[in-house]
Design a binder for this molecule. Sequence first.
Ligand code: SAM
Length: 216
Amino acid sequence: MIESLINTVIQGDCLDVMKSMPDKCVDLVLTDPPYGLGERLSRGAGKHKNSRMRLDYENGSQWDEKPDERYFNEMYRISKNQIIWGGNYFSMPPTRGIIVWDKKQMMPTFSQIEYAWSSFDRPAKMYSQRTIDEKEVRCHPTQKPINLMIWILQNYSEQGMTIFDPFAGSGTTAIACLETGRNYILVEKEPDYVEIINKRISTWKEQGKLFPAHVI
Ligand SMILES: C[S@@+](CC[C@H](N)C(=O)[O-])C[C@H]1O[C@@H](n2cnc3c(N)ncnc32)[C@H](O)[C@@H]1O
């Protein structure tokens, strides 16, 4: 029933998409929902030279609306496991298997880690990398490093599995899936980001592993 969605990017509200999906039909939800920090992000707007990024920061509230429990209930229903960034911003069940991204941040006023809640009953794990790689084009204010997402897929999923990202942003999850032989289904509500995702995917397909997969 979800075969037609495999390896596609859907533009729309992920709640509507998830409601149409059967129980436990994807292996893993790997996602980074908006944390509702729009107001705080908008204060950083002036610092960005890139006009697209400045616009995104200024319009933070458009894409940064925090999802309510209906979205979480649907994510739990349609998937066998879940890894959800921003676990400290949402009301999640107790878990052993948290994932920490150590951002190697030297500035004491910036956050030194980010934290993902996971449904996996296993010891907590940590990945260390300083922000996104300089070879990666920054196209979303909260873009995750491609190597972080690859590391997660290698540690928490297997080749051929289907990974669902309902809050896709710039599509880092899709590129990590392509790099590691997983199937993806992505949903993103902002048409501009859907365009960016499709561009990243087609660049990856043209260039393959010979080139940095994350450059657009
Ligand atoms: C935190 S960002 C994800 C960034 C992503 N990790 C990346 O590497 O680019 C969350 C994204 O979810 C999208 N979004 C917010 N609410 C949504 C909804 N109800 N349905 C689909 N997408 C939504 C926003 O437009 C935003 O691009």
